[in-house]
Design a protein around this ligand. Structure first.
Ligand code: ZN
Length: 488
């Protein structure tokens, strides 16, 4: 990535910079929604920037989540069920993860952190668009890298679009000026030399520097590419009412499906699925052995349902520590979990490592996830499983909920083998254990029927975390960690 922004020195510059930092922290520009936090170090603040929840209007979410001693990685990306679109996005994801892992392998003393979230749009009935923001850092880095990927697809022509496909070449310099005006009007903007040339060069070397949202053409720049790092990855929205003046005459754009219509279409699709089975009424016998199966990182449209069905056969329930950012994609699955009698709890918004976030960021991330889960479940989560089980004092004091971890780690995401998973979950299990699994993996889902059978045969009841805490008369306290509810 080219760093075009040049640093100047001097007193007035320093003053302008401090005003700029102040304004940047306060302003609602771009990606910083979290205005109740004003960390002293601006880089700490930028570090937490993520794609705003502007919506996941199109496609469904897929996630790749891995953790270990040296790696915390959560990558969310959209799947549109269109082979060309999905291949292009998936290739990028694979490449970015590959590069990250190669870099991690080079130095065995470093720890790697990778996080990616996205927004996706159904622009009209032929165009879909998405923007990904990936944050990559290593313990050896002073600051994280931010990587942007923008996509606009014409699904009718089966083509990924570049800027030259939508903007009339004769109007390109006027379009560049419009973008420049919007940048120079940003709060906190201090002059960048020859900014129009900088932007025009950027467009030439980055033909995919834009996406189409519900509101207009959005230019999304890489961090440092045109503005100082304080701006993160700047976004410039050009409403369709303005952008339309620059469109090529053959850029067919219209038939815009409103979000409501899109939702309706999606609901119709969902309604075609067979009705799920009715839950079995369960009674927890507090005097008998019990374990809590927990499933993280979902919900998932197939795997979660397979798990629920398997549990039902053995009158069992489980606790689903889910990601808030998946709720809008899979709200119907959340409803089914609740109807089943299982429990939905909070596993953060997008599986970011909380130990790398400020107190304010943790709080707002958690709240965002609470609200998303509540929206579909009607239940405000009462326990939190922090991503990667990563905890420090800031996490403990700011999460504001009891933190439920686990006593049995199945490593299901690593092994991806049902036999091995069954072995983990059915050997050396004790009364009161909390068992960690992940419902985004089919191998896990397919192991649950056998797990439920074996555990039940061995006299264990399959209960939720809160049922087990209640049975053991443990009062869950905010900021406390719980690994199991083993009998003393
Ligand atoms: Zn997780």
């Amino acid at each position: 990535m080219k760093k075009i922004f040049k640093k100047k020195s001097g007193y007035s510059r320093a003053f302008a910079l401090s005003v700029f930092i102040f304004v940047t922290v306060l302003c609602v520009y771009g990606i910083y929604k979290n205005s109740n936090v004003k960390p002293a170090n601006i880089d700490e603040y930028i570090k937490g920037t993520e794609v705003k929840n502007k919506g996941k209007e199109a496609g469904r979410m897929d996630s790749i989540i891995e953790y270990g001693d040296r790696i915390t990685m959560a990558v969310h990306y959209p799947v549109f069920e269109n082979p060309m679109v999905d291949m292009i996005i998936h290739d990028d994801i694979r490449q970015l993860i590959g590069e990250f892992k190669i870099e991690l392998a080079k130095d065995s003393s470093t720890k790697g952190f990778l996080h990616c979230d996205y927004s996706a749009y159904l622009v009209d009935d032929t165009h879909v668009s998405a923007t990904l923001l990936m944050e990559k850092s290593f313990s050896s880095y002073a600051h994280p890298d931010m990587i942007v990927r923008n996509y606009v697809f014409d699904t009718e022509a089966n083509k990924r679009m570049v800027m030259a496909d939508i903007i009339d070449p004769q109007k390109m310099s006027d379009f560049t000026n419009l973008v420049m005006n919007k940048i120079t009007n940003l709060e906190g903007y201090t002059s960048v030399e020859n900014i129009n040339i900088v932007i025009s060069e950027y467009f030439k070397s980055n033909p995919y520097s834009f996406y189409l949202s519900g509101d207009g053409v959005v230019i999304k720049f890489e961090k440092y590419s045109i503005l100082p790092g304080y701006f993160g990855s700047p976004e410039i929205l050009i409403p369709y009412s303005e952008a339309g003046n620059f469109f090529k005459s053959d850029f067919k754009f219209g038939n815009v499906i409103s979000q409501a219509e899109a939702q309706q279409q999606e609901n119709q699709l969902k309604n075609q699925q067979p009705p799920e089975e009715v839950p079995v009424k369960r009674v927890v016998d507090e005097s008998k052995p019990m374990v809590a199966l927990t499933f993280d990182d979902g919900p998932h449209p197939q795997n979660t349902r397979i798990i629920l069905k398997a549990l039902s056969q053995y009158k069992g329930a489980a606790t689903f520590y889910m990601l808030g950012n998946r709720a809008d994609s899979y709200g119907d699955v959340i409803e089914e979990i609740v109807a089943h009698g299982s429990e939905v709890e909070n596993h953060s918004w997008s599986h970011t490592n909380y130990t790398k976030r400020t107190a304010g960021e943790i709080k707002s991330d958690k709240d965002k996830s609470q609200n998303a889960i509540k929206k579909y479940s009607g239940h405000t989560p009462i326990t939190m499983r922090v991503p990667y089980g990563a905890i420090n004092d800031t996490v403990k004091s700011s999460v504001g909920m009891p933190i439920v971890l686990w006593s049995v780690d199945t490593n299901d995401w690593k092994d991806k083998d049902s036999k091995t998973i069954i072995e983990w979950v059915t050997t050396n299990i004790k009364d009161g254990d909390i068992i960690l699994m992940h419902d985004i993996w089919p191998e896990t889902a397919n192991s649950v029927l056998e797990i439920a059978k074996k555990l039940t045969d061995n006299g264990f009841q399959l209960v939720t975390v809160s049922e087990m805490a209640k049975a053991r008369k443990i009062e869950l306290k905010s900021g406390n960690k719980y690994f199991s509810f083993n009998k003393k």
